[in-house]
Design a protein around this ligand. Structure first.
Ligand code: SAH
Ligand code: DHB
Ligand code: MG
Length: 231
């Protein structure tokens, strides 16, 4: 058995505080609860963003005036619905979301219909890198906000392709870049950790992108986001 970590010890407190702010700032949300219930029923892993993090995605989409959103890694569409809420009603509002797992995609599509958002969302089934390459080749218009949340080992590839689908002012958000703190362990050979670390190294040398990282704790444990804007 592995020894208890600081994260194990602190997680109940983090969850309690998440619950406190959820009650105050993100009250009961029947649509999002139905999404999570459908995901559970379909046996999807419970690795969606947390309710408070979902609100953060809605807020960021609202704040940057986004109309065109790109998401990598749909799962059951919890984060997609949160992003959709931030652009809904704006002219040209549209989300392209990429998912390689057929069961995840099928569950997400059903969830979008239940949420009444299906006309806004274009889910493309297949490896994200293939869909991204197709969009680059076909001259897809730039996206205003890009949320990277698919397989972590491919984040370096995704960064390069996503920047080809961005414009000055595009907001880039990448999930799960802290990995319980492992990102700061240069000896790690976990491909997910290596991927998110390389992602930040590549961002660092992009002088046309202003980037930061925000560590997060809560019901989903210890992780974090990279936030970046193309200058
Ligand atoms: N954004 C979701 C969670 C995504 S979990 C939310 O917060 O609600 C990561 C998803 O990426 C999983 O559904 C997984 O199937 C998908 N994925 C993994 N590898 C992928 C790839 N190469 N291309 C596209 N999607 C991929
Ligand atoms: C994993 C993926 C995620 O997108 C996430 O938020 C948490 C965990 C994973 O693949 O382990
Ligand atoms: Mg994630």
């Amino acid at each position: 058995m592995r020894p208890e970590t600081a994260e194990d010890t602190l997680r109940p407190t983090w969850s309690k505080v998440d619950g406190c702010f959820e009650g105050l700032l993100a009250p009961a949300d029947p649509t999002l609860e139905r999404v999570l219930e459908a995901n559970r029923a379909a046996g999807l892993p419970s690795i969606d963003v947390s309710p408070l993090q979902g609100r953060m995605l809605t807020i960021l989409a609202l704040a940057c005036g986004a109309r065109r959103v790109l998401e990598l890694g749909t799962l059951g569409g919890y984060s997609t619905v949160c992003l959709a809420r931030g652009i809904n009603g704006r002219p040209g509002a549209r989300i392209v979301t990429l998912e390689s797992h057929a069961k995840h995609a099928e569950t997400a599509r059903a969830n979008f219909a239940v949420a009444g958002l299906e006309s806004l969302i274009d889910l493309r089934l297949g490896p994200a890198a293939d869909s991204l390459n197709t969009m680059v080749r076909e001259g897809e218009s730039a996206f205003d906000l890009i949320f990277i949340d698919a397989d972590k080992s491919s984040y370096p590839t995704y960064l390069d392709l996503c920047l080809k689908l961005a414009r000055p002012g595009t907001l880039l958000i990448a999930d799960n870049v802290v990995r319980h703190g492992e990102v700061a362990n240069p000896a790690s050979t976990d491909p997910n950790v290596v991927g998110v670390r390389r992602f930040s190294e590549l961002l660092a040398v992009r002088k046309d992108v202003v980037s930061t990282a925000v560590q997060t704790v809560g019901v989903k444990g210890y992780d974090g986001f990279v936030l970046a804007v193309v200058a």
